[in-house]
Write a protein that binds this ligand. Structure first.
Ligand code: SAM
Length: 224
């Protein structure tokens, strides 16, 4: 699959806008605009940063912001097309004066074609939309083509961490990644998928899941 074919006809099915932005949300969008990645910024980011972590669908940004705070030597790229999430995250970036982070305010699949091969050290995908109905399975982000493309942009020994509490998606994720020979599931005991890894922070969706008595699973795959 050629990456241009992959991105040409893609459709985004999630929400781009929610409630009207509050005054503070509007200010964050205005004051934080330098943190938004434009196509032309991408080569410089990848030239200047050695350890890049891509978080896909950061939502309220709990994991993205806390990770950037404790790892000042890593560079974080957060991708999310949802305006309200972007505003919230920019607000926190400004509040903590973070320098090691940038936001791609769109579908992650659109930035992938600009990312050089072998350049991302880690990918985090926490609680992606499960699209549980069979007729919507093509809307799930994790597809064979998507795995091939993230495989090319990831460094060797780089990892992708995927969290989900949806049984159908758990099975889907394992099947898709295990059928891809370039990825190895990093697992020794059941704790490895039952417990949140030490390098991830609790997000709104994890909390919601626990409150509703569901059981999140955490899968880590390594590029070999
Ligand atoms: C269920 S929420 C999870 C949010 C957060 N990770 C958490 O754990 O609370 C899924 C998020 O993924 C974002 N999203 C959906 N499709 C995406 C895509 N193609 N690229 C980037 N983000 C996407 C949505 O806008 C939403 O913020």
């Amino acid at each position: 699959m050629n990456i241009n074919n992959f991105t040409e006809n893609l459709q985004f099915y999630g929400r781009r806008k929610g409630r009207k932005l509050s005054n503070s949300g509007q200010s964050a969008i205005r004051d934080g605009k330098d943190y938004l990645i434009k196509e032309e910024d991408i080569p410089n980011i990848f030239l200047n940063q050695k350890y890049i972590v891509l978080e896909i669908g950061f939502g309220d940004g709990e994991n993205l912001i806390n990770s950037a705070k404790i790892n000042p030597n890593f560079f974080y790229i957060g991708a999310d097309p949802f305006l309200n999430a972007i505003a919230k995250c920019l607000g926190k970036i400004l509040q903590y004066k973070l320098k090691n982070i940038a936001i791609w305010p769109d579908d992650v699949r659109k930035i992938l074609k600009f990312i050089p091969n072998n350049s991302i050290s880690e990918i985090k995908l926490l609680f992606p939309d499960p699209w549980p109905k069979k007729k919507h399975k093509n809307r799930r982000l994790i597809q064979n083509e998507f795995i091939k493309i993230i495989n090319s942009v990831m460094k060797y020994n780089g990892t992708i961490t995927i969290a989900t509490d949806h049984d159908l998606l758990k099975k889907w994720v394992l099947e898709k990644f295990q059928s891809h020979i370039d990825f190895e599931w990093v697992v020794e005991t059941s704790k490895d998928w039952r417990l949140r890894p030490n390098d991830c922070f609790q997000t709104k969706y994890e909390l919601k899941s626990i409150n509703q008595q569901r059981k999140p699973s955490w899968f880590i795959f390594k590029k070999q």
